[in-house]
Design a protein around this ligand. Structure first.
Ligand code: SAM
Length: 276
């Protein structure tokens, strides 16, 4: 049966390629790769002779058309990106959607992903995580994005490049509580792998304490907001803002309409806040 195999590849250490990934890459008719020159080195090192075609963010639609054409001819196709799992902050999702729409099978061949590798060594025990991917490049949009995440209780998982790591750490510390814990995981599975856990308030100083700390690729894991009994942080924020401007009853009613939380609970909390 023709199928598109979505194949995870190593983040840095070639030994992390899975046996199944190798078998699939050898057996498919063609491999669609984000950067064919980069992936050719991986294939050469693994003894895979299958031919490559390009599938990257700038040609994803036309490459998807080509993949569908080949599937229609009965061929099988693998898709890989430069590192880790395709479609995770990487091209691939649009091609996958097109292939599925066209009625062909899409088969995951799981393996490395930087987010999961970082989570596995972070030691955060918050039950869940929220994958954010890359924060926006511009500071205003980045701060707004961080602000929107402030009340989230799961561990926040972000990707960052060496060009923007300093700005992002500064904005995270300025926008979230500086006492929150962050795990900075850099160069995972590579020679200079480093995983540190510290507070957001100390993160920028750590980065700047050694030029090597800012090199490589980063996953940032940030402790989620503490879970509160009763109202969540966003509801508390809305209620406090309204309470500062309006009579108690009106503030509780409006907060209830905005947040869709029960009016009684908001009224009771508003009373508590008013009484100090
Ligand atoms: N699809 C990939 C995955 O499954 O992890 C992610 C691709 S995304 C374009 C690249 C980003 O992933 C980097 O900027 C970095 O944030 C993270 N990353 C990739 N390799 C890494 C590594 N070895 N150590 C730490 N972070 C890494």
């Amino acid at each position: 049966m023709p199928a598109l195999y979505v194949v995870a590849t190593p983040l840095g250490n070639l030994g992390d390629i899975t046996l199944r990934a190798l078998e699939v890459l050898k057996r498919v008719d063609i491999i669609a790769a984000e950067d064919t020159r980069h992936s050719q080195r991986l294939l050469d090192a693994c003894g895979v002779q299958t031919r490559l075609i390009a599938l990257h963010e700038h040609n994803e639609q036309s490459a998807a058309t080509e993949v569908i054409r080949r599937l229609g001819e009965g061929q099988s196709v693998a898709m890989i990106t430069d590192a880790g799992t395709p479609a995770i902050s990487d091209p691939g999702a649009r091609a996958v959607a097109r292939v599925r729409e066209a009625g062909f099978r899409v088969v995951p061949v799981p393996g490395p992903s930087a987010a999961i590798a970082a989570l596995s060594v972070a030691g955060f025990d918050q039950g869940g995580f929220l994958f954010v991917g890359f924060l926006p490049a511009k500071s205003g949009a980045r701060r707004a994005a961080i602000e929107a995440l402030r009340a989230q209780t799961p561990t926040l998982v972000m990707y960052e490049s060496p060009h923007r790591i300093a700005e992002s750490l500064a904005d995270l510390a300025a926008t979230l509580e500086p006492t929150r814990e962050i795990v900075i995981a850099r160069e995972l599975t590579k020679l200079h792998e480093q995983v540190v856990r510290l507070t957001l308030g100390d993160a920028l100083a750590w980065l700047q304490s050694d030029p090597n700390h800012a090199r490589g690729e980063f996953v940032l894991l940030i402790e989620g907001a503490p879970a509160r009994e009763g109202l969540d942080l966003e509801t508390e924020r809305v209620l406090s803002l309204l309470l500062a401007e309006l009579p108690l009853k009106t503030a509780a009613r409006l907060a209830s309409e905005i947040t869709r939380q029960p009016r009684n609970a908001l009224y009771a909390r508003a009373l508590e806040l008013k009484q100090g």
